[in-house]
Structures are given as C-alpha cells and as structure tokens.
Design a protein around this ligand. Structure first.
Ligand code: ATP
Ligand code: MG
Length: 279
C-alpha cells in the first residue's frame, strides 16, 4: 500500500464458471450460493485489496480518457447484499467518476413513460462508471412475477433490453451484470438479523416477505431473463453471495478484467512538457 503502483498480491482465478454462457441452458437452482473458489479467506481478502487498488487506477484512466463508459448492473433478491457489495467494491473509487443509481418502485411520473425512460437518463457519461442498484431487469422480472403488467407487455421486454444494451455497447458503453445469488435459507437468516438488531430495523420492509413467498417464481424468471440477455458484449455473472469476502472478490475481479480489456489510456499531452517552464 502507499504506493498505488505496487500490488501486494496478485491472484489469477477463473471467473468463467460464474458466467451465464450465451446460448447455453442456465438455472440459478443449479448454481451454488456458498462458495469460496478453493481460496482461504485471508488470501481472498488480500487479493481483494490488490484488485481494489487496480480498480482505482483503471477508473482514473477511464476518466482521463473521456471516451468510453462502464455500466455495472447489480440485481439480487432482498437481503442479497447489493448495498454492501457496492460499498466494498466502489467505496474506494473517486466519487467524481462513479455514480450509483438505485431504482425503486417507479414513481407516477416514471410510470407515465416507457420503462426504459428512467434507465436511459441514468446511463453513465463518457469517462465514468455507472452502477445500477436494481435496474431495467425489474421491469422484465419483478413485473412478470407480480403481474404488474399483462404478459403481452412484459414478454417483449427481453427483446427491448437486448436491443437497448446492444445500442449502448455500440455507442461506447461496456456492460457487465451481476446477480448476487443466495439461498432462501440464507435470506431468512439475513432478514431475521434485520429484526433482531434495532440498528437494522430501518432495513426491514414487511413487503419483502411477499417477494420471499414467491421465491421459486423469482428464481425461475430471473434464470430465464438472464439466460436470454447474457451476451459476450453484456454478460451476466451469477455471483455466489453467501461468503461475502468471495462475493466481493469475484465482483472486483470481473470488473478489473473488464476494464483491463477496455484498456483505457490517458490522452497524450498536446504540449511539450520539456519546453514549459513554471516560474
Ligand atoms: P434495501 O436493501 O434497502 O431493501 P432495495 O433495493 O430492496 O434496497 P427497496 O426500496 O426496499 O430497495 O425496494 C425497492 C423495490 O422496488 C423492490 O421490491 C423492487 O422489486 C421494486 N422495484 C424496483 N424497480 C421496479 C420496477 N421497475 N417495477 C416494479 N417494482 C420495482
Ligand atoms: Mg428492500
């Protein structure tokens, strides 16, 4: 630490087992939720620190370059750990170049527009990272499970989303999507914790129990939507999220790999620094 160009620990673990592969069968039920990737917790935490430093550097370069942007989509069932993942992974990043947008139940004004209206207005500017805490995927999944719109409306949305994300990609936004995957038992434990601890009561929402009651339907619908919207240019990762250090590590690793591949470059100076004298 101290010198941000030195990394204490390097780790090269394979993130592909957690990817949702385009064109292949996929169901969350078949993916584990309690996973350590064969790593020791301490090593995992050290590796996370190293990745975190690298993420900060890459973000600075993206910002300096001002040409492209990164969109990170984060979905999960309630108590899946979206907030704490975002805090761990994006906390160290320069807030000037990274914006988190949480999508709640649509307001009347939002409902008076098409469902992508509020989404598109929040996509990241060139040079920045945009993080969606919930997203347009609510409009394809939650809306279907809760029958908030007729099937003839929601069934078309996977197609719209694929076109929309393709367009964003063509125009310079790289997209990566995470589903924090937990079991129903683990959710119970986390929700109970919100009841047991007075300082967590504010996080408890009785309405979450309705969603919990439809657990299977949510798992089915998310599985279907993720399978139909995971592409080389906008992949989904099903992140086993019950070991929180592993969850953070996997998300950080995918982001670092994604940004390394983008390889953002600070612009060359349009002056000759040798010729400039500061009196
Ligand atoms: P927390 O961790 O604080 O509970 P949260 O993301 O669950 O964070 P809430 O305000 O509790 O935030 O919940 C937001 C709710 O809004 C969720 O139940 C989600 O499914 C719902 N929601 C978000 N977008 C849509 C949408 N487009 N249509 C219908 N419901 C939506
Ligand atoms: Mg909630």
């Amino acid at each position: 630490m101290g010198n941000k160009h030195k990394h204490a620990t390097h780790i090269d673990f394979d993130t592909t087992p957690y990817r949702v592969n385009p064109g292949k069968a996929f169901h969350l039920r078949k993916r584990e939720t309690y996973v350590d990737g064969g790593l020791e917790k301490d090593d995992g935490k050290d590796a996370f620190q190293a990745l975190s430093h690298r993420l900060v550097e890459l973000q600075e370069n993206l910002y300096a370059e001002q040409k492209r942007s990164l969109l990170v989509v984060m979905q999960a069932m309630d108590a899946g750990g979206k907030d704490s993942t975002l805090k761990a992974v994006f906390g160290p990043i320069d807030p000037a170049g990274c914006h988190v947008k949480s999508f709640k139940k649509p307001s009347d004004n939002e409902l008076a527009h098409d469902y992508l209206w509020r989404i598109h207005r929040n996509t990241p500017k060139r040079g920045t990272i945009g993080v969606f805490n919930r997203s347009h995927y609510e409009d394809a999944a939650t809306v279907a499970v809760k029958s908030l719109a007729p099937e003839k409306i929601w069934s078309k949305r996977v197609g719209h989303i694929n076109d929309f994300e393709r367009m964003l990609t063509d125009e310079g936004t790289t997209i990566v999507k995470f589903f924090l995957h937990i079991s129903k038992d683990y959710q119970k434990e986390r929700l109970q914790r919100r009841l047991d601890r007075p300082d967590k009561h504010w996080k408890f929402n009785v309405a979450d129990l309705e969603e919990r009651a439809r657990w299977g339907e949510y798992q089915d619908r998310y599985s279907e939507v993720m399978q139909q919207t995971s592409h080389e240019h906008a992949p989904w990762y099903a992140v086993p999220a019950e070991r929180r250090w592993f969850r953070n590590l996997l998300v950080a690793k995918v982001l670092v790999d994604t940004l390394e591949k983008m390889n953002p470059q600070p612009p060359k100076a349009d002056f000759d620094p040798e010729t400039i004298v500061i009196e």
